[in-house]
Design a protein around this ligand. Structure first.
Ligand code: NDP
Length: 256
């Protein structure tokens, strides 16, 4: 940990499990303090906080539903309180828009409700949460949006999900253009298939699915959370300070 300068602070949405948790731990290892959000798994989020504290960092957990735009003002107020109480700051440095759900919905049978759920969590919520948090993001900070390999290649059943992530990649580029004047870099990380709870944990728990993903991946296996957290955390460093408006795929070379 860097003890000469005050720590940077990152907000990781969906930091209670999976890729968000892995990212929070990777950030902590780099000396970046973390606020994680959870949707329903409060105990898991609090365990992430304790783990970071055990490693000498500072952390906090807040509840957030990224699909509920009407709750974002209250969330921003809670975040402001936590930043003041724990860090004596009124801003944070890095926003990681990670929270999300997996849903396989074949195009002919995708319902409007499924479409809206995916849109609200993955696209509209990310857009307006980030807009609402802009005054709290420090100049020269950064934003990392989590996309998916599925925007480059197509797997049946993900037309709605991947379309939202495609929108995230477009807005990443636009935000980078508009926020550059504040020194804020905006990038997207696009993971391949990673064995988490995502989509009911099928990739992790179903050996056939796991073997299929391994067979279409150049590095010959399915991804693990440890393959992703460090990639996201690395974007929250000065070494990556000239990387802006990029889509960085971390898929082990899936569907080449
Ligand atoms: P997990 O299911 O392991 O974790 C999902 C996280 O998002 C949890 O922290 C959960 O909170 C939170 N969350 C779920 N719904 C909401 C909501 N409505 N509001 C706020 N938070 C919510 O998923 P992953 O870690 O695998 O996925 C993380 C991101 O990575 C997602 O954006 C996903 O689309 C993307 N991704 C995942 C891939 C994969 O194969 N795993 C591949 C490519 C992209 P709680 O624990 O409280 O429920």
């Amino acid at each position: 940990m860097n003890t000469n300068h005050p720590s940077k602070i990152a907000l990781v949405t969906g930091g209670s499990r999976g890729l968000g948790k892995n990212t929070a731990m990777a950030l902590a290892r780099k000396g970046v303090d973390v606020v994680v959000t959870y949707y329903s798994q409060k105990a898991e989020a609090e365990e992430v906080v304790r783990e970071i504290e055990r490693q000498g960092g500072k952390a906090a957990a807040l509840q957030l539903d990224t699909s509920l735009v009407s709750s974002f003002d209250a969330f921003a107020a809670s975040l402001r309180e936590v930043l003041t109480a724990i860090w004596n700051r009124d801003s944070f440095d890095y926003l990681i828009n990670n929270a999300g759900i997996g849903m396989n919905t074949p195009f002919p049978s995708t319902t409007e409700e499924q479409f809206d759920t995916l849109m609200n969590i993955h696209f509209k919520g990310v857009y307006f949460l980030t807009q609402r948090l802009l005054p709290l993001i420090a100049d020269n900070g950064g934003i990392v949006n989590i996309s998916t390999g599925l925007t480059r290649f197509s797997i049946e059943g993900y037309s709605a999900y991947a379309s939202m992530k495609g929108a995230v990649e477009v807005m990443t580029r636009y935000w980078a253009k508009e926020l550059g004047k504040r020194g804020i870099r905006v990038n997207a990380v696009a993971p391949g298939a990673i064995a988490t709870d995502f989509g009911g944990g099928t990739l992790r728990d179903n050996p056939n699915v796991n073997a299929h993903i391994a067979s279409i991946t150049a590095l010959g296996r399915a991804g693990q959370p440890d393959d992703i957290g460090g990639v996201i955390a690395s974007l929250c460093t000065d070494e990556m300070g000239w990387v802006n408006a990029q889509r960085i795929e971390a898929s082990g070379g899936m569907v080449l």
